[in-house]
Ligand binder design. Structure first.
Ligand SMILES: Cc1ncc(COP(=O)(O)O)c(C=O)c1O
Length: 425
């Protein structure tokens, strides 16, 4: 019996479903990880994988990037939690604010879920309105405000509204189709009580779905016309698409932004920030409450400072190189699938992509859901067999990191080829 199998049966006895986040499970059991370095992961049986899950996008710089590790090691010698302010927090917030021009003020939190929860509460406090609008398939974390027709693990496991969630809360979360400006305009016209529209500027939790031309600009315009705030959830896209995230990439200025993942490149940290007058609503000066014991903890903050500085320092090489590598990989994978006569679509932008098995363009929740998820499962298993780890769901994204070498990418094309041949059989 493999070590991962043994660990999973032990795990199932003490951890619900044997895993600590739903999307980590796949049948019959997930591999258990022992270590990671650069572009690689090792499992409990000593097998090595090229990692394209990359912490669901967090590890833009790859595993154990030296600048980050050395910054954290030096902080560890000075303490791990003070619960009193540090210069480090000021420095990180200044860095974030310099990269993201819409974020005049920033509050540091721990997870993306905390960041979106705070963003929404802030929008309600600021506008004195109650409802929010989200888009089908966008995932903003595991809390009641946004767990309505969400993507990621919720879509994968067929959960539209979570049991245990309050109807009273989800009734105030209106859902509109992604890439449908007309529907957004018409709902906003009817509903007079919308505090904010929250959006993933690139939808990375339904596979990868790109914003169509003008969709984000229309969303900005419509929210402004109705005195509602626009929240860009850049937990995935922040620092990944550019040093200033999707808002820099598409030249849009949201009112509130949430960051996570690549901000800490593998350390637990997230942020919420925005216009000065909105952010000043936060407690204790303002009346919108938010708090956390671990917020701004010096270990995560030192990791984030090193991450942001490393990304900024190398930005002229890092982002073009990742984009070029991703384009080349996607083009090679498309050729392989076409040569095998497998109907497919690949959506991609910057260092992210996903393959769908369908003839129709994938532009929203419905078209993503209509793709053949059984084939995707086979692709995932085939890739795993060939030492490539992507997220185990059609409704996730494949992420490149700075640690992937050209050799890694060549091996990946071969692994996809073998896996796609298995689908054909
Ligand atoms: C766009 C987006 N927002 C928010 C979240 C929630 O972040 P976390 O898992 O850190 O709570 C995620 C997580 O995948 C995400 O992809």
């Amino acid at each position: 019996m493999s070590n991962s199998k043994k660990l999973f049966s032990r795990s199932k006895k003490v951890i619900p479903s044997g895993i600590n986040s739903p999307v980590r499970y796949y049948a019959p059991y997930p591999f258990f990880v022992t270590k990671a370095q650069g572009s690689l992961l090792w499992d409990a049986d000593g097998k090595r994988y090229l990692d394209f899950c990359n912490g669901y996008g967090a590890l833009l710089l790859g595993h154990r990037r030296k600048e980050i590790i050395s910054s954290v090691l030096s902080q560890l010698k000075k303490g791990t939690l003070y619960c009193a302010p540090t210069e480090l927090e000021v420095e990180l917030s200044e860095l974030i604010s310099r990269n993201f021009h819409s974020m005049n003020k920033v509050r540091l939190v721990n997870t993306g879920s905390e960041a979106t929860m705070t963003a929404i509460r802030l929008a309600r406090g600021f506008t004195k309105k109650k409802k929010i609008i989200k888009f089908e398939g966008c995932y903003h974390g595991a809390h009641d405000y946004v767990l309505v027709k969400a993507g990621s693990g919720a879509a994968h496991n067929g959960i539209s509204v979570s049991d245990g969630g309050l109807d009273e809360v989800s009734r105030n979360t209106l859902v509109v189709q992604y890439n449908n400006s007309e529907e957004l305009a018409s709902v906003m016209e009817k509903e007079k009580d919308v505090a904010a529209v929250i959006i993933e500027p690139v939808l990375a939790n339904m596979g990868l779905v790109l914003p169509e031309k003008n969709f984000l600009h229309n969303t900005r315009k419509i929210t402004s016309e109705h005195d509602s705030l626009l929240i860009f959830d850049e937990v995935v896209t922040g620092f990944r698409m550019s040093p200033g995230g999707a808002q820099q990439y598409y030249s849009i200025k949201p009112d509130i932004t949430t960051l996570g993942k690549a901000l800490g490149n593998g350390f637990v940290i997230a942020a919420v920030g925005g216009k000065r007058d909105v952010m000043d609503m936060l407690s204790p000066e303002g009346k919108v409450y938010q708090a956390s014991t671990y917020a701004g903890n010096p270990v995560s903050v030192s990791a984030a400072i090193a991450s942001v500085k490393t990304m900024n320092k190398s930005k002229n090489v890092l982002y073009p190189r990742l984009e070029k590598a991703c384009k080349a990989l996607v083009s090679a994978l498309g050729d392989v699938a076409s040569d095998l006569g497998i109907p497919h679509q690949i959506n991609s932008v910057s260092s992210m992509f996903q393959m769908f098995f369908t003839n129709r363009a994938v532009t929203n929740y419905d078209t993503a859901k209509a793709a053949d998820a059984v084939k995707f499962k086979k692709l995932f298993q085939g890739l795993l067999k060939n030492n490539v780890f992507v997220a185990p769901s059609q409704f996730e994204t494949v992420f490149l990191s700075a640690a992937h070498t050209n050799e890694d990418l060549k091996k990946t094309v071969t692994a996809y080829e073998k896996a796609l041949k298995m689908i054909k059989r």
